[in-house]
Structure formats: structure tokens, C-alpha cells
Design a protein around this ligand. Structure first.
Ligand code: CMP
Length: 243
């Protein structure tokens, strides 16, 4: 399938998600809610199936809904005037996006594109505002998640200035492992589903430099590359390199 974003042709499913079974409920939107309240909220959300390359929305468009990832991976990217792309984040199950244009009304601050086949839950901003009116606890969790994102963004900004590319690659791999890592005998297998180009956009460096860093890590026995996945063989060394 082409990596080029295309407008989506969505299949919408309803009634499939319950409070008992769903990882989407770890999203801050549901934090601290009684099961009945969570059920009511879920019932008001649309379930959308997406395939790799689908674009949920583009940077600069007006936005009136937010999303919770139930399954798969979504990248949030920005494009410069000369066409270069930078990835702000790659989100996985239980993470939320599309809320900035709610709290600070304005255009979308990034383009949301599907990296690995995904299922997302969609909620209109207006519905959320009504919902939050008598739920200060949920509003507090949403603030907390925004604050956490700001911390991460500050750290990424500092890394761009103070860290070298191998350090940033090590950090990106460790970060991806907290979302998508699965323990295997040799270490942690991270099926990130990113192309080399996308990995480079996430790190904020050229594909060649990122490739070189990965090849160096592999030669040292810290990682093993497997297509769009990587096995972290020596997490301690990677952590030290990321500092
Ligand atoms: P919104 O601006 O509505 O649409 C793009 C979304 O990308 C935005 O809401 C946030 O949910 C998300 N986003 C923007 N910046 C970042 C960031 N630095 N880290 C993670 N997610 C972000």
C-alpha cells in the first residue's frame, strides 16, 4: 500500500466496545469515571476503522472532534513550506489526540495519519464540553495529560539542541518501546511500523544519519533490526546513550 496520505473511506462500527473489554478506557478522557458514565460516553462515540496511509485530518483544517486510539498507530506530523516533514508523536492504544483545537479553538496543529491499521473512537468537541460541565475530575485528567505532553515536548526540544543524533535515536527507540514494546527472550521487540524515513522524521534528522546510528547500535549488539521493527537487546546501554 502507498504511504501517501489519502482521504479516508471509513467503515463505521458501533456497539462493539464495552467498558469491560477495552484498552481505549485507559485514555485520560475516561480516567476516574464510574463504569456507567464511561459506558454512556462510549455509546456517544463513533468507532472508525482505518488503514495505513489514511488521513484523519490535515494540519491547518478546522477541527471539531477528538479521537482516542483503540488499536493500531497514528502519527502526528507537520510539514514545512519546503515540503519536509517532522513527526511530533506516534500514538498507540489508549492515547488521545485532536483536543488542542478544542481547548484553544483554531486550526489543527498537525496532520493525523494512520501508520498501522487502526481503530479510533471519535467524539465531537461540543459533546465533550457538555460532558465535562459537571465532571471536574475528568477535566483534571485532561489537563494532566496536556501537561505531560508539554513536558515531553520540552524534553524533545532540548534534545534537538543538546543531544546528538545517536542519542536521539536511542531515546526514540526507548520511547517507542514503552508504547509498542513486547518482551521477548532476547529483550524487547518494538514493532513500530515506521519506515526509515518516518523514523528519521521522528528523530528530526536525515534518513542517512539515523540509519548510520542504527547500524552502529546493531554492530555493538544493542539492537537488531527487523524491517519495521527493532529488538532492543541491551536496554541499559541504550538508556546510557540516550542521556
Ligand atoms: P489538534 O491541534 O486538534 O490536532 C492535531 C493534534 O495533534 C493536536 O490537537 C494534539 O492532539 C496532537 N499534538 C499536537 N502537538 C503534539 C505534540 N507535541 N505531542 C503529541 N501530540 C501532539
Amino acid at each position: 500500500m502507498s504511504d501517501a496520505p489519502r482521504r479516508l473511506d471509513v467503515a463505521v462500527r458501533r456497539g462493539e466496545i464495552t467498558v469491560e473489554n477495552d484498552v481505549a478506557l485507559s485514555a485520560p478522557l475516561f480516567a476516574g469515571l464510574e463504569p456507567e458514565a464511561a459506558e454512556t460516553l462510549i455509546a456517544s462515540m463513533k468507532v472508525i476503522d482505518l488503514g495505513r496511509g489514511d488521513v484523519l485530518f490535515h494540519e491547518g483544517e478546522p477541527g471539531d472532534r477528538l479521537y482516542v486510539v483503540r488499536d493500531g498507530k497514528i502519527k502526528l506530523g507537520r510539514r514545512s513550506n519546503d515540503g519536509r516533514e517532522n513527526l511530533l508523536a506516534v500514538l498507540g492504544p489508549g492515547e488521545m489526540f485532536g483536543e488542542l483545537s478544542l481547548f484553544d479553538p483554531g486550526p489543527r496543529t498537525a496532520t493525523a495519519t494512520v501508520v498501522a491499521d487502526a481503530v479510533v473512537l471519535e467524539l465531537g468537541h461540543q459533546e465533550l464540553i457538555t460532558w465535562l460541565a459537571d465532571k471536574p475530575g475528568v477535566a483534571q485528567h485532561l489537563l494532566q495529560s496536556l501537561a505531560r505532553r508539554l513536558r515531553r515536548t520540552n524534553e524533545a526540544l532540548a534534545d534537538l539542541v543538546f543531544s546528538d543524533v545517536p542519542g536521539r535515536v536511542a531515546k526514540a527507540l526507548l520511547d517507542l518501546s514503552t508504547r509498542f514494546g513486547v518482551e521477548v527472550d532476547e529483550g524487547i521487540r518494538v514493532a513500530h511500523d515506521l519506515t526509515q524515513e518516518e523514523l528519521a522524521q521522528l528523530v528530526g534528522a536525515s534518513r542517512e544519519t539515523v540509519n548510520k546510528a542504527l547500524a552502529d547500535f546493531a554492530a555493538r549488539g544493542w539492537v537488531r533490526r527487523e524491517g519495521r521493527a527493532v529488538v532492543l537487546l541491551d536496554v541499559d546501554r541504550l538508556e546510557r546513550r540516550a542521556r
